[in-house]
Design a protein around this ligand. Structure first.
Ligand SMILES: *Cc1c(COP(=O)(O)O)cnc(C)c1O
Length: 462
């Protein structure tokens, strides 16, 4: 294997395949063709008896893998809430892949430790969070929600002299959880993983845009975790932090904000108002891989109570060597972890304040463009108030909406998925890629119209 390390051609081959992929990714069909998908059965082989040839393996992967990759990095992928990649971040990730760092401890990777400290400081500034807020770099918002709520659970029990790590939850004082009926499913997953029990949630209704109704929040206390949203996963709506947070704080509750994609509004001039008041929270969740367009996987838990986060995730061992600065593993559930902070650092350093502002504002403007293009089109109706990057569209009936989604996916000009909104089936458009141009939006809106026309023409229309 030394030969393969010394002979650069293996890695050059990987780079050339990668460049071939990326040079077509922005123009080609967004979703893999049926042929490419069928071809995936090439991978259904038994594990070989003998060692193979590295270049042959790589070329096999490129031949059958690259065409089957979804090009969400392009400008016409609007499915789920999936970002593209800022080139500087992608390239930095490439370099760091060769470093193969383990970011558990400073002694294992001084560079990762340094960048985690730097990015933590930058995030606090960009997002306008309390000065002593700390960050844990995890795989995504699922994990970030888990960590933020783990910190909340720790703090609430600690305040009642209950040592959670030792005693566990059996016989523990009650921890109340208050959240809205449209909390993200990963929040609910975190609640169940943390042993808090979904059945214990005190549910609060939402308004037509999917915002928690402030007046319906029950009286809170110092045993309560209140979970709010900066960006409803369907509508993109933001809870009214201004109205809610001060009172919740005065009542002694722990406030957690799930801002997987929406938190970045706080880093803009024009959209910052959406997050106003959210600084009073105790923990926040945000992704790099959605709005900020870092490569996967990249999520961040932010916590104003360092002791709670670190204590909740604490581990020890005879061989642990604590550094004089930052040991990443004290801020995350994992011990070993790749240096995903590198992409965040490079992306933020490349974009700067202005670039982040323009990126996020651009997503909003493209979403607004979608809104007007489809509001003007016969047969489509935009159902939500487009405050951020999410647009919810329906056709005359649920059945027709579903058929149009399927047809849009089949046409492959763009990709969108479906959801339910206020009892109706909707096309869920999420504008998350820096690469989406006004022309991409027009082409995609045209594809929607074409899809509707084709469905209406076909025999099986409703
Ligand atoms: C995407 C999303 C999550 C989950 O984030 P992952 O990065 O996929 O783990 C949580 N909350 C909201 C609001 C989201 O949009």
């Amino acid at each position: 294997m030394y030969d393969e390390i010394r002979d650069r051609s293996l890695f050059e081959l990987a780079t050339s395949y990668a460049q071939e992929f990326i040079s077509t990714a922005f123009d080609r069909n967004v979703y893999p063709t049926e042929e490419a998908l069928t071809n995936l059965n090439q991978f259904d082989e038994d594990i070989p008896q003998q060692p193979g040839d590295a270049k042959e393996i790589l070329s096999f992967l490129h031949r059958h893998g690259s065409p089957a990759a979804v090009t969400q990095i392009g400008g016409r992928y609007f499915g789920f809430v999936n970002g593209s990649v800022v080139p500087a971040g992608l390239a930095a990730k490439n370099l760091a892949i060769y470093w193969d760092q383990n970011t558990a401890m400073q002694v294992l990777s001084p560079i990762s430790s340094k960048l985690e400290q730097v990015v933590q400081r930058w995030l606090v500034q960009l997002l306008g969070l309390p000065a002593d807020t700390v960050a844990g770099f995890v795989s995504g918002s699922s994990m970030a929600n888990f960590c933020g709520l783990a910190a909340a659970r720790y703090r609430i029990l600690k305040n009642q002299d209950w040592e959670l790590a030792e005693k566990g939850l059996f016989g523990a004082p009650k921890v109340r959880i208050v959240t809205c009926t449209q909390a993200h499913s990963t929040v609910l997953k975190a609640i169940s993983l943390l042993g808090l029990g979904k059945g214990n949630i005190e549910w609060v209704d939402v308004d037509d845009e999917g915002r928690i109704i402030p007046e319906q929040i029950p009286p809170l206390d110092s045993q309560t975790i209140l979970i709010l949203q900066a960006g409803n996963v369907n509508s993109g709506a933001f809870d009214d932090f201004e109205q809610i947070c001060r009172r919740a704080k005065d009542q002694g509750a722990w406030i957690h904000v799930d801002g997987a994609f929406g938190l970045w509004a706080a880093a803009t001039q024009n959209l910052r108002h959406l997050t106003s008041g959210y600084q009073l929270a105790d923990s926040w969740t945000v992704d790099g891989h959605k709005t900020l367009n870092t490569p996967y996987d990249s999520g961040i838990v932010l916590c104003a109570d360092q002791e709670a986060l670190v204590s909740a995730l604490h581990m020890t061992g005879d061989y642990i060597v604590t550094g004089h600065d930052r040991d990443g593993m004290f801020f995350t559930p994992e011990m070993s972890r790749r240096a995903r902070v590198v992409e965040l650092w490079a992306t933020l350093r490349y974009l700067g304040w202005q670039g982040v502002d323009e990126l996020v504002q651009g997503l909003h403007e493209r979403a607004r463009q979608f809104t007007s293009a489809l509001s003007d089109a016969e047969g489509f109706q935009v159902l939500n108030d487009v405050v951020f990057n999410q647009v919810l569209v329906s056709c005359a009936s649920d059945e027709l909406t579903d058929k149009v989604i399927a047809k849009v996916q089949e046409l492959r000009t763009c990709w969108v998925g479906g959801s339910f909104w206020n009892g109706r089936r909707v096309i869920r458009i999420s504008v998350c890629s820096w690469a989406t141009t006004p022309e991409d939006v027009s082409r995609s809106a045209d594809s929607f119209k074409e899809a509707l026309a084709q469905v209406l023409r076909s025999n099986d229309h409703v």
